[in-house]
Design a protein around this ligand. Structure first.
Ligand code: ZN
Ligand code: ZN
Length: 235
């Protein structure tokens, strides 16, 4: 087993709440400067910035786990880690089809910019990404798993949009094997001994990306090994 420094929850400038400095190059270069081995970029309900980030990460020998932070109609944020870029794009399309057609108001929420690998804006997402999809948390987990991804509840110690805040508990029937805890908030007051716990930044600004502080032990630095680890039942 080897230990890898990771930050598994970073937003890009596609998320309206993500700072405009969160461009593909800036995210990857900051992760490189901070010495990270593995990163996951998980924008709200969309995968459209992953192609550029994936290419840049590969050039820096950083492993990018393709991810999306999906929001269920119960207002629960679920991190969906996907096996390939293609699977993430398909999952993103599915979420888009299930987004209420509410337009983004950039002055209120921020821009939603898709960039290429030179940080050139190539598109803007029209639908507001920071809203609940029409999908239940069950449907999100089912679709994610059908595409061989692994869903885990995001920032369970956050006072809003977390499974604890919105549902009051972690539903057993969703078979979560891992949970995410936001690094800057007090830990949740529940027994997490049966889960793998991932501490991540949920960074919306470059400076919030983790340094070498959260480590994950894997046989090798690959998406396959990462997904196998977080999907494996603990105990
Ligand atoms: Zn969230
Ligand atoms: Zn987030």
């Amino acid at each position: 087993m080897m230990k890898f420094a990771a930050d598994l929850h970073i937003h890009s400038c596609l998320s309206p709440c993500g700072d405009m400095s969160m461009t593909p190059n800036n995210i990857v270069n900051m992760a490189y400067l901070k010495g990270l081995d593995i990163i996951a970029v998980a924008d709200h309900n969309s995968a459209l910035n992953l192609p550029a980030i994936s290419k840049l990460a590969r050039e820096r020998d950083i492993l990018l786990i393709p991810a999306i932070e999906a929001e269920s109609r119960e207002e629960v944020h679920v991190l969906c880690y996907m096996p390939t870029l293609e699977a993430a794009m398909l999952f993103g399309e599915y979420l888009h089809e299930n987004l209420p057609p509410v337009s983004n108001v950039p002055e209120l929420f921020g821009e939603q910019v898709v960039m290429d690998e030179a940080d050139v804006p190539i598109a803007k997402e029209e639908y507001l990404l920071v809203q609940s999809t029409l999908l239940s948390i069950n449907e999100i987990c089912e679709k994610c798993r059908a595409l061989f991804g692994v869903p885990i509840p995001a920032h369970i110690n956050r006072p809003s949009t977390s499974v604890i805040a919105s549902l009051g508990f972690i539903p057993k029937e969703l078979h979560f094997t891992s949970v995410e805890v936001k690094n800057t908030l007090p830990p949740p007051n529940i027994d997490l001994s049966s889960y793998h716990v991932l501490y991540s930044s949920d960074a919306h600004y470059l400076e919030d990306i983790l340094e070498r502080e959260m480590f994950i032990s894997l046989k090798e630095k690959s998406i396959e090994e990462f997904l196998a680890y977080i999907a494996k039942q603990k105990l």
